[in-house]
Design a binder for this molecule. Structure first.
Ligand code: HBI
Length: 350
């Protein structure tokens, strides 16, 4: 039995959706590890909600999201930084734990690693972002080569410490996702509404095929969303809002397909396996995590990156996909048990 301390992303409270896919990974992993008899404590910004797991809420100013920055952006910490406060708490209680697991994609936890006596496992949730982050992450990877975990091979390849990365994939509590055999006449797009997710491509494709697009997710970039609304006044789309897992899977399952249009190297694309779990085929640009998830022409289609016509062709071929195969793939590759085995193996090694 391991005593595990999970330090979450500092961009927003767990359960708010601001932390995107890494929130889901942390919550699923916390559940699975405690299910296996380990003692898990989660540390998150004030307002964090974690069911059935002890959670230490830390006050302070949330960290700016890194992905809207440039490669040469310096490290910025706000006054009364919740990230700094979380790690000060971690330092104080570290002797009560066998292992600390960091889920923040931030410079500070990597810088602090050599100052801690309890080992720290870093789960990196995005691809390379800035030079200063790469430099500090690399320093940790060189000194502690077993302590870096990532979602996918293509994500690892974006870092200078590619070979030190342990590929852990992701996973879901599949019992929360209901299989839907016959969908309504809708397409779906799920994710944070932010430029790197390129929602505009999905809207353009929906307009061409004239199938309404349902948009689910947190608007984390209001300006971007307003630009979209002005640019596509007549396109058939509707913004549904941000939902928790139970509500999302209910609505997502009724869609004909999930469109994934990342402009960046999506580290994993948890929404892809959520769709598969509901029997929804995934049409994704063939780049990053989704390219390692979607089985082309079996559980969806991999499309030439940034090609709207590629999306349209795939949508017109959806009748070739058997929705049962999608659920099947989720059960085989992305169950919580599979996820737990991979992470438990890593933690035991550390
Ligand atoms: N930005 N600074 C910062 N820190 C994070 O932990 C972070 C982020 N942006 C996005 C994000 N985490 C998650 O949405 C992704 O890692 C999934």
């Amino acid at each position: 039995m391991l005593k595990l301390l999970f330090l979450s992303t500092p961009v927003g409270p767990l359960g708010s959706g601001i932390g995107g896919g890494v929130e889901l990974t942390l919550l699923n992993l916390a559940q699975e590890m405690s299910q296996r008899g380990h003692q898990v404590t989660v540390v998150g910004p004030e307002g964090s909600k974690v069911e059935h797991i002890s959670c230490q809420e830390i006050s302070g100013t949330c960290q700016e999201m890194i992905q809207n920055n440039h490669r040469d952006t310096p490290i910025i910490l706000p006054e009364n930084s919740v990230l700094a406060n979380m790690w000060d708490y971690g330092r104080k209680v570290q002797n009560d734990y066998d292992l600390i697991v960091n889920f923040a994609f931030d410079w500070l936890p990597f810088y602090l690693t050599p100052f801690f006596t309890t080992p720290i496992a870093h789960f990196i949730s995005m691809g390379s972002m800035t030079d200063t982050f790469d430099e500090m992450m690399n320093r940790v990877a060189v000194k502690y080569p077993k302590n870096i975990g990532v979602y996918t091979r293509s994500q690892a390849a974006t870092f200078p410490f590619n070979d030190a990365c342990r590929i852990l994939g992701s996973g879901l509590n599949l019992s929360l996702y209901n299989y839907c055999e016959s969908p309504d006449n809708y397409l779906a797009w799920v994710g944070r509404l932010s430029p790197e997710k390129a929602l505009e491509d999905a809207i353009e494709a929906a307009e061409i095929v004239n199938i309404p697009l349902k948009i689910f997710g947190k608007i984390t970039d209001e300006e971007y969303w307003q630009t979209i609304r002005k640019k596509y006044p007549h396109a058939p789309y509707q913004y549904e809002g941000f939902f928790n897992t139970i509500e999302l899977q209910e609505k997502l399952g009724k869609c004909q397909a999930l469109l994934m249009t990342p402009r960046w190297i999506e580290a994993f694309g948890n929404v892809a396996i959520e769709a598969l779990a509901c029997g929804v085929p995934v049409i994704a640009y063939s780049r990053g995590g989704p390219a390692e998830i979607v089985q082309h022409e079996k559980t969806g289609f991999l499309v030439e990156p940034d090609s709207i016509s590629g999306l349209v062709t795939a949508i017109n071929n959806l009748h070739k996909i058997e929705r049962k195969q999608c659920r099947q793939q989720a059960e085989t590759e992305y169950s919580l048990k599979a996820l737990g085995d991979r992470f438990e193996g890593w933690f035991n090694e550390l």
